[in-house]
Design a protein around this ligand. Sequence first.
Ligand code: DX5
Ligand code: ZN
Length: 217
Amino acid sequence: MKIAPSILAADFLKLGEEIKEVEAAGADYIHIDVMDGHFVPNITMGPGTVAAIKTVTDLPLDVHLMIENPHLYIEDFAKAGADYITIHVEADPHLHRTLQEIKKHGVKPGVVLNPATPAASIKHVIEDIDMVLLMTVNPGFGGQSFIESVLPKITEIKNMANQKGLDLEIEVDGGINSETARLCKEAGANVFVAGSFIFNQSDRKKAIEDLRRQIGI
Ligand code: DX5
Ligand code: ZN
C-alpha cells in the first residue's frame, strides 16, 4: 500500500518545502499532474518543474501525463527524472509504441483510464506496464468528488492482473480521502493519490496517517 501526494494541491510558491514535508510525513511517491490545456481544460507544469522537484526529494516521481501526443515528451520527462510515466489510453492511438518508448528510457510505464473508459482497453498492453492508474474523477482539476461507479473497474483490473500472475500496481486518483481510499482498497487498489485531502490540512503527517489507518497499514 502506497500513498502518493498530488502536488497539484500544494502551495507552488513553497513547492520544495511542501514536498520535503510530505516526504518526512511518510509519503511513498510524489504524484505530478502534467496538463496541457488540450487533453484536459487546465494547464499545470512541465519537465522543468519535474527536474526541479527531483533535486529536493529521493521519493520516486510518479508523472501523470494528461496531454495530447505524449510520445513527443517522453524523453524530456525521462531526462527530468521521472520514475513512472503514466499515459492516458484516450490520448494515444499508438499506446503500445509509446509504452515501449517509456521503457527504453529506463522509466516504469503505466496507463491511465478515465472514469468512462473500460478495463478491457488495457488487455493487450497489460504485460507491458508496471502500473494502471484509474481516474476516480474526470481529469483536469483537484478537489472534485469521487466517482463511485469506478469501483468495480478496480476489481476487474485486479482480476486481469491476477489471472496473468502480474504484480501490477493499481493506483487510484481523484477525490481520495480516508473513506474513499478504504473503498478503493477493498476493491483492489494499492496506490492512493491524494491532493486536497493531504495539502488542505495543515498537519500533513496526520492526513497521511489517517489514510494509512483506513487502508490498514
Ligand atoms: C486530477 C489529477 C489528480 C488531482 C487529485 O486530474 O490527476 O491527481 O490532483 O486531486 P484531489 O485529490 O484533490 O482530487
Ligand atoms: Zn493525477
